[in-house]
Design a protein around this ligand. Structure first.
Ligand code: R5P
Length: 296
């Protein structure tokens, strides 16, 4: 077995290979003067099971195209099987035609991932709001893993919160709030909108009383930070003691991290699906664990 990381996930692939005690494959990449990408697999992959790791941030189009060149070459060079891990899967949000004429990007990207020869796909906390299972989109075996137990474990080990209440900032985040609460042996809730009149909407935890509690807000993505800032404001206005935040994919667009801190959040923790200054938790054990299961 060989583990190969694309240029977005080289470090992560190195850690996974180490944890598995297998070879970390090498790929040469450069650009031609006209901007085209050149890719060369430097290992003999014939008859090997190759584990490809390639996240799709921060230049999703580039990393996606690199992925196509890599997997197509691996299969062409005789790889027995290609199992891919795409820790941050871009394009999953455009899973529907919201306006006439829009591209169904999720569908297009999944078709191409299959066409180049991916045999099996793993994603991590992929944005699944309308499409609830990746098998609704992919014909190849596909699995969506979650980094929430790893994030919650980190919070637990660091002793960051006392008897915390885990909050999902919207109904879709219930799945993550539930998992984090299980790891922390505590309760969870999600925000919901309550409309009292045509012009009076209140956003608050569905059932739990958050006052006086230490809070852990969990979400899949922090992009602009708007969701976390809004949720924190509401929680502080309800008299919570402390707010910490954990997310799988710290995209952290523009100055979102500063704005989240200015909103009073004590710490923001993310994983290395998207390398960032707050990627304290590695998803390597999650990936290595799944690869071990494939070979057991
Ligand atoms: C939304 O459905 C997602 O789960 C996240 O809550 C969202 O992507 C966060 O985005 P932002 O940081 O821009 O509010």
């Amino acid at each position: 077995m060989i583990v190969i990381g694309g240029s977005s996930s080289e470090n992560l692939a190195g850690i996974v290979a180490n944890q598995l005690g297998v070879k970390s494959g090498k790929v040469e990449m450069k650009r031609f003067p006209d901007g085209e990408k050149y890719l060369r697999v430097l290992d003999d992959v014939k008859d090997h099971h190759v584990i490809v790791i390639q996240s799709m941030y921060h230049t999703p189009d580039e990393f996606l195209f690199e992925y196509f060149l890599l997997v197509d070459s691996l299969k062409d060079l005789g790889a027995k099987r290609v199992t891919s891990f795409i820790p941050y899967f871009a394009y999953a949000r455009q899973d529907e035609r919201f306006n006439p004429g829009e591209a169904l990007s999720f569908k297009t990207v999944s078709k191409l991932i299959e066409t180049v020869g991916t045999d099996e796909l793993f994603t991590i906390d992929m944005h699944q709001h309308r499409v609830l299972k990746s098998s609704e989109v992919f014909k190849i075996p596909s699995h969506n893993l979650s980094a929430m137990p790893l994030l919650a474990d980190y919070v637990k080990k660091e002793g960051m919160l006392k008897n915390p209440l885990v909050i999902g900032p919207d109904v879709e985040a219930e799945q993550w709030a539930k998992q984090a609460a299980e790891t922390l042996h505590t309760d969870y809730d999600v925000f919901e909108k309550k409309r009292f009149a045509a012009d009076r909407v209140e956003v608050r935890p569905r059932k739990a009383n958050a006052a006086g509690r230490d809070i852990l807000i969990v979400d899949d993505i922090i992009s602009t930070g708007g969701t976390i800032i809004e949720a924190s404001k509401i929680l502080f206005s309800q008299g919570v003691n402390r707010v910490e935040v954990a997310c799988t994919h710290p995209i952290l667009a523009t100055d979102s991290l500063n704005r989240i801190r200015e909103a009073g959040v004590a710490n923001v923790i993310g994983t290395d699906t998207v390398p960032s200054p707050i990627s304290y938790v590695s998803v390597a054990p999650l990936i290595a664990g799944e690869v071990k299961k494939l070979h057991s």
